[in-house]
Design a binder for this molecule. Structure first.
Ligand code: KIV
Length: 275
């Protein structure tokens, strides 16, 4: 049985911190789950770290379904949350329901995540009232990068801070089971967290959230030329991969790979029969 949204909500009640990470394919998802992560996010950040785009905006619903299927196949226990891509939930609540349902039915996700403030609460309600668990996402929402004018911390002035508190409360009232707080001051995130009964999951929102989410590629050091301020690089896998590939090239060029141990034998009498 997979972890459910009730299990996640219980973690807040028990004051246990929640670690969430992204994964975009079966192999990585299997590793992440084996390490004990309870929630895997199939984030539309894959548009940047897998597809090589500058933003998350080009990611399509079909692509999210495809990646969600892979992550679901690689896991057995984790709750899989799939991002709803840009323009797949803003037109109407009906559009949002139809597309979210595809992420559950075809992708196999256990929940969806969507980005937006208080005005999105009726859409959250439409989904949650009809059986689709929703994780809301407010603050520095990457799908709004053009409107925000870059990757800028949100909620620093009174009006913006009030709007974020109102959005968090509205999403909770609409049935969201958790809320991602991205790129907001730590004190504001702690203030919001203290006022909600559902867990907040922070990214660039300080230690006062109920949980944290990070992009796996940032943790692993796979993107070598940039690490966001909110991320901690736990490994240098980019460098490790380059070293491995360089050794492989050297071995191939020197005739040192493959060795006999990597080769297959056959009966020499058959070989002798060949022209
Ligand atoms: O797309 C993503 O990976 C996300 C997280 C960074 C929260 O939305």
């Amino acid at each position: 049985m997979r972890i459910t949204i009730r299990d996640i909500q219980r973690l807040k009640t028990e004051r246990r911190r929640i670690a969430m990470l992204t994964a975009y394919d079966a192999t990585m998802a299997r590793l992440v789950e084996a390490a004990g992560i309870p929630i895997i996010l199939v984030g539309d950040s894959l548009g940047m770290v897998v597809q090589g785009h500058q933003t998350t905006l080009p990611v399509t619903l079909e692509q999210m379904i495809y990646h969600t299927q892979m992550v679901v196949r690689g896991t057995q226990r984790a709750l899989i949350v799939a991002d709803m891509p840009f323009a797949t939930y803003q037109i109407s609540a009906e559009q949002a329901f139809a597309n979210a349902a595809r992420l559950l039915q075809e992708g196999g996700a256990g929940a969806v995540k969507l980005e937006g403030g208080e005005s999105l609460a009726p859409t959250v309600a439409r989904l949650t009232e009809n059986g689709i668990p929703v994780m809301a996402h407010i603050g520095l929402t990457p799908q709004h990068v053009h409107q925000i004018g870059g990757w800028r911390v949100q909620g620093r002035d009174l009006a913006a801070a009030r709007a974020l508190v109102a959005a968090a409360k509205a999403h909770e009232a609409s049935g969201a089971f958790a809320i991602v707080l991205e790129g907001i001051p730590a004190a504001l995130a702690a203030h919001i967290t203290a006022r909600l009964s559902i867990p907040t999951i922070g990214i660039g929102a300080g230690a006062g959230c109920d949980g944290q989410v990070q992009v796996l590629h940032d943790l692993l050091g796979l993107i070598e030329d940039f690490t966001p301020k909110h991320a901690r690089r736990y490994a240098k896998l980019g460098m490790a991969i380059r070293k491995v590939v360089a050794r492989y090239i050297a071995d191939v060029e020197a005739g040192a790979f493959p060795s006999q141990a990597h080769s297959f034998s056959m009966d020499e009498s058959i070989l002798a029969e060949l022209d």
